[in-house]
Design a protein around this ligand. Structure first.
Ligand code: ADP
Ligand code: MG
Length: 727
């Protein structure tokens, strides 16, 4: 059988069925997939020394003959050791492995081997501790020792060693890879060929070659993303939108609205609202992202935009506001209801949990200006009214409703608008970049009386991604940032809790609950079998409800629940029927339970600072003093230092910057969720490369907007679109 890039791994005789399953877990199905499974780092074992030249503390490789090898059991800690004595022309040295007794099956006396590892000093002199090994022979290629050795993300039972062993013989197939990057760009950017890059990324000849390979492959990813985004943006801008001029009645109403608020807008809200109003005042569709820390008041900015649309001069236009969950939609509805009390705005709430549909409606008849004196109109309706779904849909269709708030079921339901001018998507980080553009496409397809236009698009997110990074992930989009909190917010008391103080913390929570408050308990992972030593939410729930708080009602929320179950649980918690909600990170979304005053986070070292900050933002939403307890069993200084940043810092943006510095871009929640491949993620801090990828993408689109002259590139872009589509 001749093997090609498309050969399924399961037809390769060397790979057994057990491994096929494991490879599938990593998303690897054919040879090409395997070749594109890149290492995330290298062990540098390239220094090869004669045994008499090695020193304590070095990481080195030695080559020699095994003159003795045996398994021994230590008396003290009852460990299984494998000890070998290796000899070269200069000297001999002991190598020791822990708990790998099977080694003596492979390594036997008389063999020539290559060993790489750390040199330690013991009572018996210098030793190689747990070295990587391989048997030397004329027909064997070096892959685990004595070079830059690739280290891969592993899955259970699938080690880097295994991957090296199976990737190496397939690497020659890299020559068959079709390089889709136009030659001119390769030349401009001084990039190595795709086949060379793929070979060198796995088994680099030297450091420099590895860097070149990485640069080429990272460029690939960044370039495709930029191309995708820019093309999308161009397409978007070709559309026409309804121009909402900021003058006359529109301007008046907005000013009145702001003046009537029970509080002052923050400067950041003022600036962002202004940027949005200016965008709306164009016939080119807006595509703006509003980034704002939890509680920074994004909804209000959104409502200002919606008000502008509703009060457009001449004839008002409609706005759709989409939230990722029903609870959030309901929350927005409540806020809209309150804020628009005296503005003659009709707001509809449309949430479609499969069978049940709840519709509420705020009165305030439209067109109140044309009062007919001889035929006095009935007084305008006020308050919330429940409508049948069909009735609400009818009112949306005939333009009765100014603002429709709902889940993204809004896109799926048979909702038709009369004159939709603005779509607002809340918590868009839940959707990722790929779905973002998807949404954009869907938005253009919303049935609407204004056939020739698309609505302006405002997306909002509470994930604080630093500006530079946001630009590289999202491309050249317009960005408004709420980096300022409304006045009078009380700071949340944040404490790092040592394991010894756990009982005290529970006591404290108990007291808070006695006072009528509620608490969140966050656990990072739900799967018991997961090897990471993190308490699973299920276990934690058990423990809390059986042992710690047997008299309280404890709820459980995790990703394996159905959306409906999640909603129901959050609802119960919101209504105060549950005292403590144990949850995985799914609770992150901007849920508002003002009565909750304690956020307790288990295994906090496993989260990024920005994400912890998000959790913390779930409390402190009312006049009650609120608390955030960070639990960690880690004793590492570094971890403590990192977590302590949360004690001092209450700005999500600053924390995100710190995350970026300490943990790299891949750990930022918003970036992680963006669905970028690892390599692109790793290069996100390479601002220079991002800029180059961006400008090359601009250049080529300017030259050939439809990319017809670059068929390979076009088909690559198509498969990128598909990939992001299905993720
Ligand atoms: P987020 O940005 O997290 O979505 P919200 O829009 O939910 O924040 O706002 C949180 C709360 O702050 C809401 O109750 C809102 O009415 C209130 N709020 C918004 N802007 C201000 C402000 N400028 N001053 C005081 N409170 C504000
Ligand atoms: Mg919000």
């Amino acid at each position: 059988m001749s093997i090609t890039l498309n050969t399924p791994l399961k037809t390769i005789p060397r790979i057994g069925p057990v491994y096929i399953e494991k490879l599938k877990k990593l998303g690897l199905k054919n040879v090409r997939d395997l070749l594109f499974y890149f290492p995330f780092r290298y062990d540098d074992f390239s220094e090869i020394l004669p045994i008499d030249k090695i020193e304590e503390g070095q990481v080195v490789s030695v080559r020699g003959k095994i003159i003795d090898i045996r398994n021994v059991r230590t008396k003290f800690k009852r460990m299984n050791l494998t000890e070998a004595l290796i000899e070269d022309e200069s000297n001999c040295i002991k190598a020791v492995w822990f708990n790998q007794p099977f080694l003596t099956r492979n390594l036997v006396k008389g063999m020539n081997v290559s060993l790489s590892g750390k040199v330690v000093y013991t009572r018996d002199g210098l030793q190689l501790s747990n070295p990587a090994y391989e048997i030397l022979g004329s027909d064997r290629e070096i892959m685990h020792t004595a070079r830059l050795v690739p280290v891969y993300h592993e899955t259970e039972g699938l080690s880097s060693r295994w991957l090296r062993l199976h990737i190496k013989p397939l690497l020659k197939l890299a020559d068959e890879l079709d390089d889709w990057l136009p030659a001119e760009i390769r030349k401009n950017q001084n990039l190595v060929s795709l086949s060379e890059a793929v070979k060198e990324i796995h088994f680099p000849t030297n450091e420099n070659k590895a860097t070149q390979a990485k640069r080429r492959l990272a460029f690939n990813e960044l370039f495709i993303i930029q191309l995708f985004i820019q093309k999308q943006r161009k397409n978007w801008q070709k559309n026409k939108a309804v121009q909402i001029e900021f003058k006359g009645e529109t301007e008046e109403k907005i000013k009145q609205f702001i003046a009537n608020l029970p509080f002052k807008l923050t400067d950041a809200q003022r600036v962002s609202a202004w940027q949005i109003l200016k965008d709306l005042d164009k016939s080119e569709p807006m595509n703006r992202l509003l980034e704002g820390d939890v509680g920074s008041g994004k909804t209000l900015v959104a409502l200002i935009a919606a008000l502008a649309a509703a009060k457009k001069q001449g004839s008002g236009c409609q706005t759709a506001i989409m939230a990722p969950t029903e609870i959030l939609a309901r929350q927005h509805f409540e806020e809209a209801k309150e804020r628009f009390e005296n503005f003659e705005i009709k707001v509809g709430l449309l949430t479609a949990s499969e069978s049940k549909v709840k519709i509420s409606l705020l009165g305030g008849a439209r067109g109140g200006l044309e009062t007919n004196l001889t035929h006095p109109q009935p007084p305008p309706e006020r308050g919330v009214k429940k409508l049948k779904k069909s009735e609400l849909i009818e009112e949306i269709k005939n333009g009765e409703i100014d603002i429709v708030i709902g889940t993204h079921a809004l896109l799926q339901e048979k909702v038709e608008f009369k004159n939709l001018a603005l779509v607002i998507i809340d918590e868009q980080h839940r959707f990722g970049i790929e779905q973002r553009s998807e949404l954009q496409q869907k938005v253009t397809k919303i049935k609407d009386g204004l056939e020739t236009t698309v609505p302006h698009l405002l997306t909002m997110t509470a994930t604080p991604i630093p500006r530079t990074l946001a630009l590289s992930v999202y491309g050249d989009l317009d960005l408004s940032i709420l980096d300022e909190m409304p006045q009078g917010r009380r700071e949340i008391i944040t404490k790092l809790v040592a394991p010894a103080n756990r009982e005290k913390a529970y006591q404290f929570i108990g007291e808070q609950i006695k006072k009528g408050r509620q608490a969140f308990v966050i656990c990072p992972l739900i799967d018991e079998s997961d090897k990471l030593e993190v308490k699973s939410a299920i276990q934690e729930h058990e423990k809390l409800s059986r042992k710690i708080f047997p008299n309280l009602k404890i709820g459980l929320l995790h990703g394996k629940l159905k959306p409906k179950e999640k909603e129901a649980m959050m609802k119960e918690f919101g209504e105060g029927k549950i005292n403590i909600l144990v949850s995985t990170s799914v609770v992150e979304v901007g849920i508002d339970v003002p009565n909750a005053s304690v956020m307790m986070i288990e295994g906090s070292e496993r989260f990024g600072l920005a994400q912890l900050h998000q959790f913390r933002g779930r409390v402190g939403r009312s006049e009650f003093r609120s608390f955030c307890f960070l639990f960690t069993d880690s004793t590492a200084q570094k971890t403590h230092r990192r977590l302590k940043a949360l004690l001092k810092n209450s700005s999500g943006f600053e924390l995100a910057e710190q995350d970026l510095k300490i943990r790299g871009p891949g750990e930022l929640a918003g970036v992680r969720q963006s669905g970028l491949p690892d390599l692109a993620m790793a290069s996100l801090s390479d601002v220079e490369l991002i800029k180059q990828a961006r400008s090359e993408a601009t250049l080529i689109l300017n030259k050939n907007a439809d990319l017809k002259a670059y068929p390979k590139l076009l088909s690559k872009l198509e498969s990128f679109r598909e990939r992001v589509h299905f993720e």
